[in-house]
Design a protein around this ligand. Structure first.
Ligand code: 0O2
Length: 212
């Protein structure tokens, strides 16, 4: 059994998460600076843990030496949006970038998973300049609304707690919650313009008072 040097393996992915976080946070910052609507509400990033990598490798029968080519979400960032409509805008932003290459897109919003999971995933190849020279790594960008994220985070914790075997009664309740999150997104969309106008006004007021 090959021993994995986790520090060496994970370092480039850590660098990728840091760079991607900065880039997408800056996009949001730039929109706000220009006074244009930002489809990005918040951005977070995470590095998959060795335990989770080994678990996935085991499930998918991936040999340790093939982890880097086969596991595409060791580096992951999550972009949260206020409204469902913003997701497509973020997807277009990612598609137009020249500093990363899209490998695959998974639309779990149109094709909701059996669990009730909804999110848009983009797998990219991201080039890095490391101390040892250029290197390209996979990274996963998850794009979803705050409501989708609320549900996914809760379901993820339960899946972990029950080692993937969530009791049926709880699964049924989770399905109801997924429906409720879907309706919340729909309802929020109907008053989207009202909300974004109010937010724009508040931002102008905030800028005016901070200039005093
Ligand atoms: P973590 O802790 O986020 O790293 P899979 O075979 O499903 O494990 P695959 O085929 O590579 O993975 O891709 P997929 O299905 O797009 O899932 C990748 C990630 O999406 C998962 O990573 C989760 O973060 C999220 N995800 C997918 N399906 C669900 C779901 O039903 N519920 C929740 N809450 N999240 C989901 P990991 O490795 O599971 O976890």
């Amino acid at each position: 059994m090959e021993i994995i040097n986790w520090k060496e393996l994970l370092y480039p992915y850590e660098q990728a998460v840091e760079e991607l976080l900065l880039k997408f946070k800056n996009l949001d910052k730039e929109c706000r600076h220009l006074g244009i609507y930002s489809p990005v509400d918040s951005v977070t990033g995470r590095l998959k843990t060795p335990a989770s990598i080994l678990d996935k490798a085991g499930r998918k029968h991936i040999a340790p030496e093939h982890i880097e080519e086969e596991i595409e979400d060791i580096a992951g960032i999550r972009i949260l949006c206020q409204f469902v409509e913003d997701i497509q805008k973020v997807v277009d932003m990612v598609r137009s970038r020249r500093d990363m290459t899209i490998v695959q897109e998974k639309d779990y919003i149109t094709n909701t998973k059996a669990s009730g999971y909804r999110s848009y995933h983009i797998i990219i190849r991201y080039p890095l300049s490391t101390a040892l020279g250029p290197k390209e790594v996979f990274a996963e960008i998850q794009i979803r609304t705050n409501a989708m994220n609320f549900w996914a985070t809760a379901e993820h914790s339960l899946r972990y707690k029950y080692s993937g075997n969530i009791p049926q009664e709880l699964q049924d309740r989770l399905h109801n919650c997924a429906e409720a999150a879907f309706h919340l997104d729909q309802e929020m969309s109907t008053i989207r313009e009202e909300i974004t106008n109010a937010q724009r006004l508040n931002e102008i007021r905030r800028k005016m008072t901070s200039n005093i």
